[in-house]
Design a protein around this ligand. Structure first.
Ligand SMILES: NC(=O)c1ccc[n+]([C@@H]2O[C@H](COP(=O)([O-])OP(=O)(O)OC[C@H]3O[C@@H](n4cnc5c(N)ncnc54)[C@H](O)[C@@H]3O)[C@@H](O)[C@H]2O)c1
Ligand SMILES: *[C@@H]1O[C@H](CO)[C@@H](O)[C@H](O)[C@H]1NC(C)=O
Length: 404
């Protein structure tokens, strides 16, 4: 099957790589030339486990190509009317607006461009997260596609950054929203996912859009829930450390899948300025993480020597904050050591890989600032900042999406 992926951010790049790997003939399109040039040379501008290998293999096999949007018309491999193939998968960004809605400019431009190529017959498959009502509302279908040979399907994406390739290949479910009686689009989308073993839910377009928003809201709620429990513990005097709160937060955020997760731990001793690790909660946390299959790298300015004999041998003790953060998806702060709290968090963010979760077990960091630097921040009893939402929509916009 021939598929064009429009928009090569996280979602589009993963989709293009995975679809090409599954044997489809894939063309990836973006309006950012540096991006299409890089990808065409096999350089992947974001880190996702397994992504670069897949792209390299598909480029070598000739099943994947990348083009700037404006070069498609002159592309010799694309004959008139057949340029885009059976599917145009839209994966452009939908950044949040000030009002808490979703900015649909990129999506509208992408659909408009697909239409402008005058395809003979094709299904626009909407991967971008759009508010319910977008597909059938005046926004897109009615004004753009009615009366053309283009069909429209909503096919929301649930992948998580940091595990995106795996999530694509082993999704919990595939949701396909189409217009009544559009069985051809259902068949087309199912053929696109041939080989993937997951339940398929076929709905109308608006329900498919709603399912994605409801799922985001649920994720936001899950991570808020553990925070509520934490503040309840505070209130009633229960010990949060005994509840291994960071472990719960990581399990919640990563859907229980701790295995293979790289986690950095900052602080081993039970308080700053000491190397005393007797009864330090960090040790229980690290053992639990290792038991569940996480790879742990830890740093403490003083307590590494005394901690070593008490830690599983697989735990790497490293020489600084950046080393502890290096290529981890999550970082757990368990100490208020000044030298750690006052790290250059901008540099730390660059060391980490998405979703860059920081669990601040001491509420020592500024949530808004951490968020601004690109972290997903979770404090204790503070509520998440962008927690649980994987695609840029804020909990607020998610809730608005529910009530609008
Ligand atoms: N990132 C996630 O984890 C995730 C998960 C599920 C769903 N989503 C949703 O998927 C969509 C894409 O997310 P993302 O994180 O990949 O976005 P992104 O912002 O990383 O990437 C968007 C890409 O689209 C390109 N683009 C913009 N306008 C274009 C146009 N007219 N034609 C071609 N390309 C264009 C941009 O240059 C950019 O490379 C969003 O709606 C997002 O909410 C994201
Ligand atoms: C991160 O890890 C890589 C690979 O192991 C190494 O080359 C690099 O120097 C490390 N960076 C830091 C800041 O520790």
């Amino acid at each position: 099957m021939k598929i064009t992926v429009v928009g090569l951010g996280y979602v589009g790049t993963v989709a293009a790589a995975a679809l090409a790997g599954a044997g489809h003939d894939v063309l990836g399109i973006d309006i950012d030339r540096s991006r299409t040039d890089m990808l065409g040379a096999g350089c992947v501008p974001m880190y996702e486990p397994g992504l670069e290998e897949r792209i390299e293999a598909a480029l070598r096999a000739g099943t994947l190509r990348f083009l700037h949007r404006d070069d498609v018309a002159e592309d010799p491999a694309s004959s008139a009317g057949q340029a885009l193939g059976d599917v145009a998968l839209i994966a452009t960004g939908t950044p949040p607006t000030h009002g808490g809605g979703a900015d649909l400019h990129q999506v509208r431009a992408a659909v408009g461009w697909v239409k402008s190529t005058r395809p003979r017959e094709l299904t626009v498959v909407m991967k971008s997260t759009v508010p319910h009502g977008t597909g059938t509302g005046r926004e897109l279908l009615e004004s753009e596609l009615r009366g053309t040979s283009i069909r429209y399907a909503s096919n929301p994406e649930f992948l998580r950054e940091g595990r995106a390739v795996d999530d694509w290949e082993k999704p919990d479910r595939i949701v396909i929203g189409v217009e009544p009686d559009d069985t051809r689009s259902v068949d087309t989308v199912k053929r696109m996912y041939a080989g993937i073993d997951a339940p398929c839910m076929v709905t109308d377009i608006t329900s498919a859009e709603m399912i994605k928003y409801a799922s985001n809201a649920f994720l936001a709620t899950r991570i808020s829930f553990i925070n509520e429990i934490a503040s309840l513990c505070d209130t009633v005097g229960a010990s949060i450390d005994e509840r291994l709160l960071p472990l719960h937060a990581l399990r919640q955020r990563f859907g229980g899948a701790i295995e293979g997760l790289r986690v950095g731990i900052l602080g081993l001793a039970f308080k700053p300025g000491t190397d005393d690790v007797r009864d330090a909660p960090s040790l229980d946390l690290i053992r639990a993480l290792v038991d569940e299959g996480a790879e742990v790298q830890a740093f403490d300015p003083e307590a590494m020597k005394s901690a070593r004999p008490n830690l599983p041998s697989s735990v790497q003790l490293v020489e600084g904050v950046e080393e502890a953060a290096n290529r981890t998806q999550a970082l757990v702060l368990l100490t208020e050591w000044d030298s750690i709290v006052q790290s250059d968090w901008r540099v730390v963010a660059r060391c980490m890989i998405p979703p860059r979760l920081v669990f601040d077990g001491r509420n020592a960091l500024d949530p808004a600032e951490m968020n601004r630097l690109g972290f997903e921040y979770v404090g204790v009893g503070r509520g998440p900042v962008r927690g649980g939402i994987q695609d840029g929509s804020s909990p607020w916009s998610v809730m608005q999406g529910l009530v609008v």
